[in-house]
Write a protein that binds this ligand. Structure first.
Ligand code: NAD
Ligand code: DAU
Length: 351
């Protein structure tokens, strides 16, 4: 069947890698990238696709029902891969309503438009919702998040994502909309906005600015290279069981401090600086309120059912990421000279 796939949030970090994979791998599909181009959306992320025949970009907000209806009609949308979201935990602490608006109301708006446009035969269409491991809350020293772990979100961001997951599932149960959900761990790689740990610290080391470590730095995250997440999304979209959830993770846990030390060492080498000079920038700052102690994904289900596993070792992925940021200084410069500067001052109470 010919597919006209609406990918929301395609100008953001993960979305841009998903759009690129689908446009290049599936020339017969038409990919429509819908993005509001908030501070996190950047069309520079997709400049290599501008001339592709099977790719279109539409600037729109998922809260705008009329515009969404028009897009569904104009492109005869057959499937949705929904990534558009407010995605940064610290911002959600400053402004929870922005997260309610996009992540919950925006998602329900999109579900309504899809359900209505596909009403003749819901079985022919798929609404794929991209979510996060943060919906499961925080782990202690042991254990892993599985698909049956109870939801227990702690931040306004994770609460909004949990709510959107529930709505997606409810549209499946109540209206018969075909859905699939995946919950992924921390992504890293090219094009990530420098408010998230890895790109922020790469940028600050370059600029010899302090590295703000929250609390004691003994928080654990499970890191996955973004292209491996995009590969997983491709598999779940095509072969995932309808109505199911898939956890996606890197089998790759690091405490923040251990990760930061590896990053500092690599940055010293890449920048030809004295060993230890990046680590000397580490500064312990006040902790994130409600900071989740540990995330770790059990990705056995997607591994067994869809034969997915991460392709890159962490150190290799980190090297590629650092190289990309150093080679794309303009990308970072364009971003950090914009509204991000105001956010940085507010978050870190700095100059
Ligand atoms: P991002 O912040 O880099 O990108 C989000 C994109 O959504 C941006 O391009 C932005 O312009 C767009 N957007 C925001 N509000 C919109 C609106 N109202 N209408 C239309 N577009 C809007 O986020 P990301 O890190 O790429 O995350 C993408 C998705 O993956 C999110 O749903 C996030 O919850 C989820 N996720 C992220 C991670 C991670 O580590 N980054 C891990 C698991 C899941
Ligand atoms: O687990 C998936 C989630 O990963 C995604 O759903 C989110 O969209 C994504 O932002 C990410 O959330 P985190 O809160 O884990 O990522 P962040 O990069 O903000 O922080 C990673 C860890 O580093 C976390 O323990 C907080 C810490 N940190 C972060 C920043 C920005 C610091 O110590 N200092 C910082 O300045």
């Amino acid at each position: 069947m010919k597919k006209n796939i609406l990918i929301t949030g395609g100008a953001g970090f993960i979305g841009s890698h998903v759009v690129r994979l689908f446009v290049n791998k599936y020339p017969k599909y038409k990919i429509i990238n819908l993005d509001a181009l908030t501070y996190a959306g950047n069309l520079e992320n997709l400049s290599d696709l501008e001339d592709s025949d099977n790719y279109s970009f539409v600037k729109a907000d998922i809260n705008d029902q009329e515009v969404l209806e028009k897009i569904f009609r104009t492109y005869d949308i057959t499937d949705v891969i929904h990534l558009a979201a407010e995605s940064h935990v610290d911002r959600s602490i400053h402004d929870p309503l922005a997260f309610v608006k996009t992540n919950i109301i925006g998602t329900v708006n999109l579900l309504n438009v899809a359900k209505s446009y596909w009403k003749e035969d819901l079985s022919k269409h798929l609404f794929y919702h991209i979510s996060t491991d943060e919906v499961y809350g925080s782990l202690g020293r042991d254990g892993l998040f599985t698909e049956s772990t109870a939801y227990d979100p702690n931040s306004p961001y994770s609460a909004s994502k949990a709510s959107s997951d529930h709505f997606v599932r409810a549209y499946n149960e109540t209206y018969g909309l075909q859905v699939v959900i995946s919950n992924c761990s921390n992504n890293y790689g090219p094009n990530q906005f420098p408010e998230k740990l890895i790109p922020l610290f790469i940028h600050n080391i370059k600029e010899r600015k302090s590295l703000p470590v929250y609390g004691d730095g003994q928080y654990t995250r499970d890191w996955l290279y973004v292209v491996d997440h995009a590969r997983a999304i491709d598999l779940v979209f095509h072969d995932g069981k309808k109505g199911a959830t898939y956890n996606i993770g890197g089998f790759n846990e690091w405490t923040n401090l251990d990760l930061i030390h590896v990053l500092c060492k690599k940055m010293d080498q890449k920048l030809g600086r004295e060993p230890g000079s990046s680590a000397a920038l580490i500064t312990y700052v006040i902790d994130r309120p409600g900071h989740d102690k540990r995330y770790a994904i059990d990705a056995t289900k997607i591994n067994k059912e869809l034969n997915w596993s991460p392709s890159l070792q962490f150190e290799e992925g980190l090297e590629k990421t650092i190289d990309w940021y150093l080679e794309n200084a303009d990308w970072l410069e364009n971003i950090t000279s914009g509204s991000y500067v105001e956010y940085y001052k507010k978050q870190y109470k700095s100059e």
